[in-house]
Design a protein around this ligand. Sequence first.
Ligand code: PLP
Length: 391
Amino acid sequence: MAAAARTYLDYNASAPLLDDARNAMLDVLNRHGNASSVHGEGRQMRKAIETARAQVGKFVGVAAKQVIFTSGATEAAVHALSPILRAGEHEIKIGCLYISAIEHACVLSGGRFAAGNAVPIPVTSGGAIDLDALDHLLGNHDHELGPPMVAIMLANNETGVIQPVREAAGIADKYGAYLVVDAVQAGGKIPISMPELRAHFLILSGHKLGGPQGTGALILADPSIYPAPLLLGGGQENHHRGGTENTAGIAGFGAACRWHMDNEGGLAKIRAMRDVLEAGIRQVSLELGNKVPQPVIFGESENRICNTSCFALAGIKAETALISLDLDGIAVSSGAACSSGKVKHSHVLAAMGIEDDLIAGALRISFGWQSRDADVERFLAAWKKLVKKRS
Ligand code: PLP
């Protein structure tokens, strides 16, 4: 089937490149020069980077100088999760890392902390971080070891559940903890204000919001407090990250952020499509009679980002559904995308206390700016066919 005829409902895995991002990248790719060079060619490249830095900063409500460009959110997470922070001449040794149980693997791995040293923060059955548990964990933190660091996400990539980051920031503040917030899946789906979130470090990824793959940022709340650099080299990114910049990628990432600031109005339409899809899968079960159970929509009781629906229908395996939908020209995902291409058991749903059988059937549908009502109709027709076969 030709690519154009397909229905892409996997924006949370990677979103299609926005035209504005493509144009900004082409503009850079058609030039040459190193942004560190003093000649005109180099200065043009520097200008592209600094324009993007201002765009990304504005996108999350901070100044350009707070933005460090990276090769993606994974690098930004490993950079941020450092047992050593620097504050001017001083070093701050972090005593212990606390990570919510539903983080993306790049945060869950604990970055540069010794393996197995991170303490998990449990979540509720609705998929939101358990604030009482966080308070309890930090209340028992041994401050002799150094201040704690807490890592939580703003929106979960599988369920779309928006996390109570502001409340968590209040708790972190009470215990003198440094707060790292992965805002990757929130970008372009809810407005992000880093000052309001009161995060010390914020993580973004370009390709989840219509910028190019292989771009991202680590954003500092206070430029004088920063993690020890991960990549040493030629002093780029204000000595935070050595290496010649990915100028075209950075320009595309900045342009994507600007596009979202100009197009927030499109989110209501995306939410409406998600809601029609969820009503539709319930209707399919009703129409097929009492042999077919109702789908379970994970995180439904919580506040969710507008584009994401994660659900399972007992008796339908995610692997079977993915293949069948793909043959019908529809790209969706099972819970989290896995690098091996295999469907893996979701640690997010497991942390929410969902039974294994349902986890094995979890599908994630994620919409975006190119999604149309016809995509929902096509999905529902294919879903009905699939559920009918099961019944
Ligand atoms: N954090 C979240 C919540 C994600 O969903 C992802 C990608 O799926 C990442 C981090 C990693 O992003 P990147 O692909 O830019 O390394």
